[in-house]
Design a protein around this ligand. Structure first.
Ligand code: G6P
Length: 630
């Protein structure tokens, strides 16, 4: 299948969490547990199942892996023998830490209705307020729990409704993304499922049906599947399935034959997790902004720091600590916060900060950035800063991670689990987050309201521009073919694209084992220029911004020493192609936002060079995804 088709498939999906469902003639619980294990590659922090046995609905869920759930439910499973319908979920937390009570399924108070959900309900707090006034009690901190109470409330007010119509009506009140399964012991022979922005597949067996968030748990049982489209709701029984639009109009569905191996499905059809994660970036950027960028109001709403916003704005200085790729995001954070909020920012390697007795006090804010939330040096920097009285804020991807728990305030990037060791989507998620943070810290005197609105509009257009860059994949692959045997690479960028040059070089060395250095383009003449000869590929980021004319001069300098220039330029540029051997054109964007675009071709270039050299890109030698040693 061509790669661009995968892009479409992945773009529609919210990659967090996994869903399985079964209704048929076999015992449901072992099928559900096995299916959940097949989904654990998506990341997990808790798991749960709901089984329907006649008029009895039983929910079992807990923090931790599916294996833990399996062991713990052995006894109960014995008593549930005979349940031939049920739903299951592995959670990758977005709202609320990983815990037993935040695990899915969520139940209503009567215990006769259960819901599992992938995605993010954007208006959950407004819905929750309404349901609280109606007397509903919430047991979890998740956005998903509102769904079960909302369906229950609607169903209880109109007795003419059934599970399907009550779910349909409830979904009309919901904003955000969902892949949803609903079961009730009041109608025990059906599973109601619905999709908007988070994938769902129905597998068709002989007198049995499977439901899942992707085909991985289904493929061993049946190859025949039906993919739900956004805005569709289906009722699945032992006799068949009926798909309707949310407006209750029956939909004709095409049955697709799966020809995928399990491994391919886990990787969404991509060769490697790294490539899949690179291609997920448009959707991830969208998810980071979801519910936070309020275009209509021209402002950013960051719930995780709302109570600390004044203190953050009044900070005398902000220090950002991180490691690896997160440190490169931190450098961009420095540029963005200084530009928009006019607060002085310093960036430290977490490992240096913690050992150099830094001058930090109660007027300071320290931001720690970490994908995993577990990096030992970053955690130690956080603790040092806290001891010295600073306000410590976190930007993490993994919900409930140690860093997320120990910071006083912070935000999650919602990038979904990142499995490739070389970080890609986590980086663009962090930079998107920092862009929003910088704008929300701005004061009236530093930037006008209308300028903020313009920046937010441009940010909201970035996912679509990023998707266009991904379509250049085959061009980048052919560039990789030509340069794959080089021994060294130099990456140059100015201003906002200097940290991108560092990140591009890091990606290449991490996964291809080629020596690569990132440099501020102007610094080239203070050293690296001595290395340039006809064997040295030089990647130069030369997009249209305030440093453009200077970077053209840098390209000339490299060319006159016979260096081989691969340039990243803005669409419509005519100058760069005169000077560079290869040019990758990316959509126009203003300076502060370009890193979200310029980094993507560099990720793809590193990926293709590494695979052409036969390297294991998902598990590069000597590296770990999460470095928990000092
Ligand atoms: C390791 C990973 C990098 C990552 C760095 C920081 O070195 O291989 O990809 O950037 O740790 O990890 P963190 O989880 O703190 O962002």
């Amino acid at each position: 299948m061509p790669r661009v088709l995968f892009l479409v498939a992945v773009n529609k999906g919210n990659v967090m969490c996994g869903i399985v469902g079964y209704i048929g003639w076999r015992e449901a619980s072992p099928l559900l547990l096995k299916g959940l294990k097949r989904l654990e590659y998506r990341g997990y922090d808790s798991a749960g199942i709901a089984l329907l046995n006649g008029s009895v609905l039983t929910v079992m869920k807990q923090k931790g892996s599916v294996s833990g759930l399996e062991t713990d439910t052995c006894v109960e499973r014995a008593s549930m023998q005979g349940a031939t319908a049920g739903i299951g979920h592995t959670r990758w937390a977005t709202h609320g830490e990983p815990s037993d009570r935040n695990a899915h399924p969520h139940e209503n108070a009567a215990g006769d209705l259960a819901v599992i959900h992938n995605g993010i309900i954007e208006n959950y707090s407004a819905l929750k307020q309404e349901l609280l006034t109606e007397g509903y009690l919430f047991l979890s901190e998740t956005d998903s729990e509102v769904l079960v109470h909302l369906i229950d409330w609607i169903w209880s007010r109109e007795t003419s409704l059934n599970l399907e119509s009550a779910t349909r009506q409830a979904l009309r009140h919901v904003e955000g993304a969902y892949g949803l399964c609903v079961v009730s012991s009041r109608e025990p022979d059906k599973i109601v499922v619905a999709r908007k922005g988070s994938p769902l597949v129905i597998g068709i067996g002989e007198g049995e049906f499977f439901i899942a968030s992707d085909a991985a748990p289904i493929v061993e049982h049946t190859k025949k599947v039906v993919y739900l489209a956004d805005g569709e709701l289906a009722v699945v029984t032992r006799e068949g399935y009926c798909v309707k639009s949310i407006e209750n109009i029956e939909q004709e569905k095409i049955v697709t034959e799966l020809d995928f191996s399990l491994e391919k499905i886990e990787k969404g059809g991509f060769e490697h997790f790294m490539l899949k994660e690179i291609f997920e970036q448009p959707e991830v950027m969208h998810d980071v902004m979801r519910g936070r960028v309020r275009l209509g109001e021209g402002r950013v709403c960051l719930g995780g720091i709302a109570d600390y916003l004044d203190r953050l704005k009044q900070a005398k200085r902000i220090t950002i600590c991180a490691c690896g790729t997160s440190w490169h995001a931190a450098l961009l954070g420095e540029y963005l916060i200084e530009e928009f909020a006019r607060i002085p920012v310093e960036v430290d390697y977490a490992s240096e900060f913690r050992y150099r007795n830094p001058i930090v006090g109660s007027d300071d804010v320290v931001i720690v950035i970490s994908q995993s939330g577990e990096t030992a040096d970053t955690l130690a920097a956080l603790r040092t800063a806290k001891e010295k009285g600073a306000l410590v804020m976190g930007i993490c991807n993994v919900v409930g991670s140690t860093i997320a728990r120990e910071t006083q305030c912070g935000m999650y990037t919602h990038a979904g689990p990142e499995i490739g060791v070389a970080s890609t989507k986590a980086f663009t998620a962090q930079v998107t987050m920092l862009y929003m943070l910088a704008l929300s810290l701005s004061k009236d005197k530093s930037i006008s309201q209308s300028e903020i609105a313009l920046h937010l509009r441009e940010l909201s257009e970035i996912p679509e521009k990023a998707a266009r860059i991904l379509q250049l994949d085959s061009q980048i692959q052919s560039i990789a073919e030509r340069f794959k045997d080089a021994k060294n690479f130099l990456y140059l960028g100015r201003g906002y694209n200097f940290p991108v040059a560092l990140e591009g070089a890091l990606k290449l060395k991490e996964i291809s084992y080629i020596h690569a250095e990132g440099y501020p383009a102007a610094e080239m003449k203070h050293g690296p220029i001595a290395l340039i000869d006809e064997d040295m590929p030089v990647i130069i980021i030369a997009t249209h911004d305030s440093t453009y004319s200077k970077i053209l001069s840098n390209i000339e300098e490299v060319r006159s020493r016979k260096g081989r220039v691969i340039a990243i330029a803005s669409e419509g540029d005519t100058e760069v192609s005169r000077l560079a051997e290869e040019v990758i054109y990316i959509p126009q964007a203003s300076g502060p936002i370009t890193p979200l675009l310029t980094v993507i071709p560099l990720q793809l270039l590193a990926y293709h060079i590494a695979t052409l050299r036969g390297c294991n890109v998902d598990r590069p030698r000597n590296l770990a995804k999460s470095v928990t040693v000092e």
